[in-house]
Design a protein around this ligand. Structure first.
Ligand code: NAP
Length: 242
């Protein structure tokens, strides 16, 4: 394979949610294959800590809950090639059976992952190169709902269909999503006791959680492959077909 197909040298990559977890791993990988990387998230202490951990990246704060913050971020960013959005606010409870859903929290659960992502795409469109790509984050539950999690399925499914609509509307700009299965980020390790984690991965074809680096590979693939658009790429240990 041509080396150019596997390189992001000379490309500018922005990762919103890039200060932790899957986003940080995406920033690391994009950097490793030559990109100039900008990482961003809402908490400036997290932004500073992430930059200190990863040589050669630049950073900025952006809060996907706040459209002025999103507009400001892209106004000062300058032109760039690829955007990955992995921002997610785990503190909003999206895992609850239907009868126990807190409707206010359910509405709020779309704020960052759906509405924030859409606003970021809208503002990014003004400064991204036309040959670039935007990759959003869905989740395995879009295709394989589980009991006690209708909202998590709804958010993930909404992202898949948002991506399909955006890809048609914004072509030739490429728009895709990654659907991670259980991915062992620091956040997930803290949230899930080992027994629950083990029970969740046991039915998978590959009965373990993904590493953040495995999920990151999918984002970088979607940046590199200039013919992929409108897709939702699962990295879920076969969870969507198990
Ligand atoms: N890990 C999994 O098993 C898994 C599975 C399926 C889907 N997902 C989805 O994948 C995404 C990443 O998951 P993860 O485990 O990597 O999460 P994570 O480690 O908690 O990282 C989330 C990132 O989002 C940023 N963020 C949170 N609120 C934000 C806001 N308002 N504006 C901008 N950035 C914000 C965080 O930084 P700040 O706090 O500094 O803002 C952090 O950098 C999430 O959307 C999650 O729902 C994850």
């Amino acid at each position: 394979m041509s080396e150019a197909l596997m390189s992001l040298a000379g490309k500018r990559v922005v990762v919103i949610g890039g200060t932790a977890g899957i986003g940080f791993a995406t920033a690391v990988l994009a950097r490793e294959i030559g990109a100039d990387v900008v990482i961003a998230s809402s908490n400036t202490a997290n932004v500073d800590a992430a930059v200190a951990r990863l040589d050669g990246v630049t950073s900025s704060a952006i809060d996907l809950r706040n459209e002025s913050s999103i507009a400001r971020f892209f106004d000062t960013l300058g032109t760039f090639d690829h955007l990955a959005i992995t921002a997610g606010d785990w503190h909003i409870p999206i895992f609850a059976p239907t009868r126990d859903i807190d409707l206010a929290a359910a509405r709020n659960s779309f704020t960052v992952r759906f509405w924030g992502a859409l606003a970021a795409v809208q503002h990014a469109c003004r400064v991204i190169v036309p040959t670039g790509s935007i990759t959003l984050t869905s989740g395995m539950l879009a295709y394989r709902p589980i009991k006690g999690a209708p909202m998590a399925t709804a958010i993930s499914g909404a992202i898949v269909h948002l991506v399909r609509g955006l890809a048609v509307d914004l072509a030739p700009l490429r728009i895709n999503a990654v659907c991670p299965g259980i991915t062992l980020t620091e956040q997930v390790r803290q949230m899930m006791p080992p027994e629950r984690l083990q029970a969740s991965v046991a039915p998978l074809l590959l009965p373990r959680g993904a590493t953040p680096a495995e999920a990151a590979t999918a984002y970088v693939y979607l940046m590199l492959n200039g013919y992929a658009t409108g897709q939702a790429l699962a990295v879920d240990g076969g969870g969507s077909v198990a």
